[in-house]
Design a protein around this ligand. Structure first.
Ligand SMILES: *[C@@H]1O[C@H](CO)[C@@H](O)[C@H](O)[C@H]1NC(C)=O
Ligand SMILES: *[C@@H]1O[C@H](CO)[C@@H](O)[C@H](O)[C@H]1NC(C)=O
Ligand SMILES: *[C@@H]1O[C@H](CO)[C@@H](O)[C@H](O)[C@H]1NC(C)=O
Length: 589
């Protein structure tokens, strides 16, 4: 079968699928592009769901997807943080290829009004599906930028990346969005902005004095530019106080701002209403709905009737509410008889946030037996996430697949299902999952996976099919603080480089098939293949690096800094304020 592999994917794939189906169903399948519903959770740990072994959190609706479909147990996010992981998910490429991973300290977009974001020349799967006749909708979180050069150019906006409809948060939920919460804005960033402001102010004053006393010849132009720069730093610093909510916490419908600042408590009913209405409007299909949850990111906004109901505090309440939302949407699919014509997928953008704690109460997810969490690129807990696929009548039911797969795999999988082809002018890192899901292939096509922390490869995974081993070599690991705590509790996020990491030479080596918790590193004494494995991995890294090309850095300091002229604003800047949902919510949902 494998000699067919090349053309097999595009053309024979449908034939292969048809053979699996019983004759009456064939008719409906011939001209058949399935609807796609994707549930993307934010910061959810793999250990938070019933179907992944949690016996105290109630997630019956998500568990139902596992019962009625395929459950992936080694499903890996391309990055351990929102912005890069989502960029990779939508483009099928490691985020470093689109410039969407950190080169410095800034690993996600910090402001809605920064010019960084998913570059317009990247092609998302939504864009290809759109060309293949799909109606495409994004409901919920984006966090991949909005404007490039001026306030309304919308160069990074979902509508310019293949979505016909967008309703949601162009940014990300953060504590500042809920006025009752303590602000979250990065303390180190704030301190840095303030010290830059002071330094530049000092430099400007010195230059002005020197110029006036004819000590040095500097043009006024340069002094003015420097002063302008200093002013920008000052505004960024200043904005990081009262304005975060106003600048970042907004809701949009397509290009229109519907709420600024948003009322976070409304988001759940509004997003549900939008999703349901999107499905009903497009039930003749084919449609793609990416439902990108604000759950279960802090500040854990939860409706009253879910609050205090779970066994795990507000975090558990929030997970259970998310599950209820999944159920609501699945019910709508059922109501319109769309269950069998829809491929439904559930995942999370990366692992749970261990360091999210309020007092001693856990506010972040649980990564089960896996070490580490959000922001840690190498340890399994940061990147191993749930992966559930249901397509009733086509995919097997209740099947569990332990092969390594990646969120980037969704890209070629959906593109092929839609009858399209992936772009040929760039590297696509994802692999079509259908052969594996259908049981036509025993192994995933992934041999090596590279686990990036910003631009640094921290860890490499090698699935050695012949032996069944899944090796993982850690070149760099974060320094846990306090020591042995399993997280970076003093700084909230583990860093990628500098004093906060340890370099390992030789790398720490584990075999996940024997030690999934990465508890005891192997050594040449305990593992006869030690050197061979490291050499193979070393070679793979070199090969991989040859495929990288330099691209503009979207998360550079300049690109994440707040820029007044890029701030989405309803009303007259800087008096941005509107609430177009007020009338809509009055009659209840
Ligand atoms: C279930 O999830 C909760 C909340 O994240 C966690 O505290 C608990 O340890 C998990 N239970 C199991 C058995 O994994
Ligand atoms: C919460 O309220 C919604 C309606 O607003 C209802 O559908 C849902 O079942 C309720 N959930 C619980 C746990 O009571
Ligand atoms: C997008 O444009 C940038 C900057 O011109 C370039 O470096 C990059 O290779 C382009 N990406 C693709 C996928 O064409």
């Amino acid at each position: 079968m494998w000699c067919l592999s090349h053309s097999w994917r595009s053309t024979s794939f449908f034939l292969a699928m048809l053979l699996l189906l019983k004759p009456p169903e064939v008719q409906t399948v011939v001209s058949y592009k399935p609807n796609i519903v994707i549930f993307l959770a934010d910061d959810l740990g793999i250990g938070d769901l019933g179907c992944y072994g949690n016996n105290t959190i109630r997630t019956p609706n998500i568990d139902q997807l596992a019962e009625e479909g395929v459950k992936l147990t080694q499903h890996i996010a391309a990055a351990p943080l929102c912005t890069p992981s989502r960029a990779a998910f939508l483009t099928g490429r490691y985020p470093i290829r689109s410039g969407m991973d950190a080169t410095g300290q800034h690993r996600v977009l910090h402001w809605l009004a920064g010019p960084g974001g998913l570059p317009p020349n990247e092609t998302t799967f939504a864009k290809i599906l759109q060309k293949q006749g799909y109606t495409t909708g994004l409901i919920g979180k984006w966090h991949l930028g909005v404007n490039c050069e001026h306030r309304n150019d919308n160069c990074h906006h979902p509508l310019n990346h293949g979505f016909d409809y967008f309703y949601g948060m162009p940014f990300s939920l953060m504590s500042d969005c809920q006025p009752t919460q303590p602000p979250e804005m990065d303390m180190p960033l704030r301190i840095k902005l303030w010290s830059y402001t002071q330094m530049i102010a000092l430099a400007v004053l010195t230059l002005v004095a020197a110029r006036l006393t004819h000590l040095v010849q500097v043009s006024w132009k340069i002094i003015f530019l420097l002063a302008l720069f200093g002013f920008l730093f000052f505004i960024s610093w200043f904005s990081s106080y009262g304005f975060v909510r106003l600048w970042n916490c907004i809701m949009m419908r397509n290009y229109d701002i519907s709420e600024q600042p948003m009322t976070v408590e409304r988001a759940t009913p509004l997003m549900l209403r939008e999703a349901i209405s999107f499905i009903e409007r497009n039930k003749q299909g084919p449609f793609l709905l990416l439902f990108s949850f604000l759950h279960v990111h802090t500040p854990l906004v939860t409706m009253e009737n879910f609050t205090g109901k779970s066994k795990h505090g507000l975090y558990g309440d929030n997970v259970e509410e998310m599950d209820w939302m999944v159920g609501r949407i699945l019910n709508v699919l059922d109501d319109h008889n769309l269950k069998e014509s829809t491929l439904t997928y559930f995942t999370s953008d990366h692992g749970g946030h261990l360091e999210a704690q309020e007092g001693n109460v856990q506010q972040g997810g649980w990564n089960g037996i896996y070490k580490g969490g959000k922001a840690m690129a190498g340890w399994e807990g940061g990147i191993r996430v749930p992966g559930l696929f249901r397509w009733t009548g086509v995919l097997p039911e209740g099947k569990v697949i332990t092969e390594p797969t990646n969120l980037m795999d969704i890209y070629p999988t959906l593109v092929h299902l839609a009858g399209g082809t992936v772009p040929q002018d760039r590297v696509i890192d994802g692999k079509d999952l259908m052969p594996l899901l259908l049981g036509l292939a025993e192994h995933s096509e992934h041999k090596f996976m590279f686990h990036y922390c910003g631009r640094y490869i921290h860890t490499v995974r090698w699935h050695q099919k012949e032996t069944g081993s899944t090796w993982k070599a850690h070149y760099v690991t974060p320094v846990f603080q306090p020591e042995g705590s399993g997280g970076c509790y003093k700084v909230r996020f583990c860093p990628c480089f500098g004093k906060g990491v340890t370099h390992h030479n030789p790398p720490l080596l584990f075999d996940l098939s024997r030690d999934p918790s990465e508890a005891v590193p192997l050594s040449p004494d305990t593992e006869p293949l030690f050197h061979m494995v490291l050499e193979s991995i070393e070679k793979a890294v070199k090969e991989h690096q040859k495929t990288l090309t330099p691209v503009p850095q979207q998360l550079s300091f300049f690109n994440v800094m707040w820029k007044p002229w890029l701030q989405p604003c309803c009303g007259t800047f800087p008096f941005c304020q509107c609430d177009k949902e007020k009338d809509n919510t009055a009659n209840g949902q």
